[in-house]
Design a protein around this ligand. Structure first.
Ligand code: AMP
Length: 393
C-alpha cells in the first residue's frame, strides 16, 4: 500500500494470507537537500539520510529496500501481487475502491481541481508505482468513497443549486477508510449485523472528523468540500462563519491565499493555544496555560455538539467510537467530550477510559450506548480492498 504526498511516500507491505505486516517505511523530504529514508522489517528499523530528488527516486529506494538484503522481504518483484493507493478525492464517481486504468487516471486528474494539494501527488505515486513494479495491478482506495452514501440533504450546501450541477460543489467528507475500518470492527466487536449497525465514529488525529453511520453506511460527516469543515483540528479551524473570510479581506487586506493558509495551517489547536497543534502538549500544559485550556475546551465542545447532532440524525445508536491518535490515546479528552451526557444514555467508565492504543469498551455496563476505542488501520483496509478488487478481475 502506497500513500504518496507532495514530499513524502509511505508504504506498507502485507502478506494478506494472514494479514501480517512484512515491511513498512517512509521516504520524507523528497526534493530537499537532505531526505530521510526509514524502513522497518524483520524486527529492525533502519534510518538513513540521502538526497532523494524526485518521487521516482523515492520509489527506487522503496523497491531496493523491499528486495535487497539485509532488510529485503521479497526475493523478486513477483513477491508483490498488487499495489493499493490511498487517493484523497474520488469525487462523486468513485463509491468504492477501483482498479486503476487510463480512464480512472483521467477522472482523478479531473478531481485534482477539488483536491489540489492531495490528488496530484497521489497520481504521481500511481505512475511511479506502475514504473517501479511493472505489470502489477494498481488499486485506488478513496478517502471520500465511504461517504458517498450520504443522502442529498446532508451533502448539498444551501448555495445556488447550479454551483452543484456545474462545479460539483458539495460536501464529500474524508477519512472514509478510517471511518469504514472502525465501523466494521466495532460491529464485529459488538456482534451486531453491519446492516443494522448505527454508530457515531470520531476520528481524532491531527486531522479530525466524525461520521454518522446507519446500516453500516455513512449518512453524514463533518468534513465538506475540503477537509477544512467541521471539527477543530491541529491547525485547521473547522466550522466558521464564512463571512469571516470577507471580513479579513476587507479589514486586513488579506489575500485569498493568506486566508487559506490562516484557516488551514495557523488555526485550530495551534491558533487558539499559541502553543502547539499537538493535543498531548496541550493536555500537559492545560493546568497552567489558559489558552491551552481554551483550545481544548473549544475542541471538545465542537465534538460534543456534533455527537448531539448525530444522535438526532440517527435516532438511536449502538456505539460511539473513538479512533485516531487522540481518540485512541487521550483519556482526558474523551472524558471532557462525554462528561454529563448520562441523561442521553452515554456513561463513561473512568477506569476503563484509561485504555490507550488498544481496543476497549470504555462505557459502564449500564450505559445504553457503548463507547468504544478502536485503533484505526487505514493501511490494512487499503490492502484488504486491493485484494478484494484484484480477486474480482
Ligand atoms: P494522528 O494524526 O492520528 O497521528 O494523531 C496526532 C494526534 O494524536 C496528536 O495531537 C497527538 O498528540 C495525539 N497522539 C498520538 N499519540 C498519542 C499518545 N500516545 N498519547 C496521547 N496523544 C497521542
Amino acid at each position: 500500500m502506497i500513500n504518496c504526498g507532495s514530499s513524502s511516500v509511505k508504504y506498507q507491505l502485507f502478506d494478506m494470507a494472514n494479514e501480517t505486516l512484512l515491511a513498512k517505511g517512509i521516504v520524507e523530504k523528497i526534493g530537499e537537500e537532505v531526505s530521510v529514508i526509514r524502513h522497518a522489517a524483520r524486527g529492525q528499523e533502519v534510518r538513513h539520510e540521502a538526497r532523494v530528488a524526485s518521487h521516482e527516486e523515492a520509489f527506487a529506494h522503496i523497491r531496493r529496500a523491499l528486495l535487497e538484503p539485509p532488510a529485503g522481504v521479497i526475493s523478486s518483484p513477483d513477491g508483490i501481487d498488487a499495489i493499493g493507493h490511498r487517493v484523497v478525492h474520488g469525487g462523486e464517481r468513485f463509491v468504492a475502491s477501483t482498479l486503476i486504468d487510463d480512464t480512472v487516471i483521467a477522472a482523478l486528474e479531473e478531481f485534482s481541481a477539488l483536491a489540489p494539494l492531495h490528488n496530484p501527488p497521489n497520481l504521481v505515486g500511481i505512475r511511479c508505482a506502475a514504473r517501479a513494479f511493472p505489470g502489477k495491478p494498481n488499486v485506488a482506495v478513496f478517502d471520500t468513497a465511504f461517504h458517498q452514501t450520504m443522502p442529498r440533504h446532508s451533502f448539498i450546501y444551501a448555495i445556488p443549486y447550479e454551483l452543484y450541477e456545474k462545479g460539483r460543489i458539495r460536501r464529500y467528507g474524508f477519512h472514509g477508510t478510517s471511518h469504514r475500518f472502525v465501523t466494521l470492527r466495532a460491529a464485529e466487536m459488538l456482534g451486531v449485523a453491519l446492516d443494522n449497525f448505527r454508530a457515531i465514529t470520531c476520528h481524532l488525529g491531527n486531522g479530525c472528523s466524525m461520521a454518522a453511520v446507519a446500516g453500516g453506511r455513512s449518512v453524514d460527516t463533518t468534513m465538506g468540500l475540503t477537509p477544512l469543515e467541521g471539527l477543530v483540528m491541529g491547525t485547521r479551524s473547522g466550522d466558521i462563519d464564512p463571512a469571516i473570510i470577507f471580513h479579513l479581506a476587507r479589514t486586513e487586506g488579506m489575500s485569498l491565499e493568506a486566508i487559506d493558509a490562516l484557516l488551514n495551517k495557523r488555526s485550530g489547536l495551534l491558533g487558539l493555544s499559541g502553543l502547539s497543534n499537538d493535543c498531548r502538549t496541550l493536555t500537559q500544559a492545560a493546568p497552567t496555560h489558559e489558552r491551552a485550556r481554551l483550545a481544548l475546551d473549544v475542541f471538545c465542545y465542537r465534538i460534543r455538539k456534533y455527537i448531539g447532532a448525530y444522535l438526532a440524525v440517527l435516532g438511536r445508536v449502538h456505539a460511539i467510537i473513538f479512533t485516531g491518535g487522540i481518540g485512541e490515546n487521550n483519556a482526558p479528552i474523551r472524558r471532557q467530550i462525554l462528561e454529563g451526557l448520562e441523561p442521553l444514555g452515554i456513561e463513561l467508565d473512568p477506569a476503563a477510559n484509561e485504555a490507550r492504543g488498544r481496543e476497549a469498551t470504555i462505557s459502564t455496563p449500564a450505559s445504553r450506548i457503548r463507547i468504544l476505542v478502536v485503533p484505526t488501520n487505514e493501511e490494512l483496509m487499503i490492502a484488504r480492498d486491493t485484494l478484494a478488487v484484484t480477486r474480482k478481475q
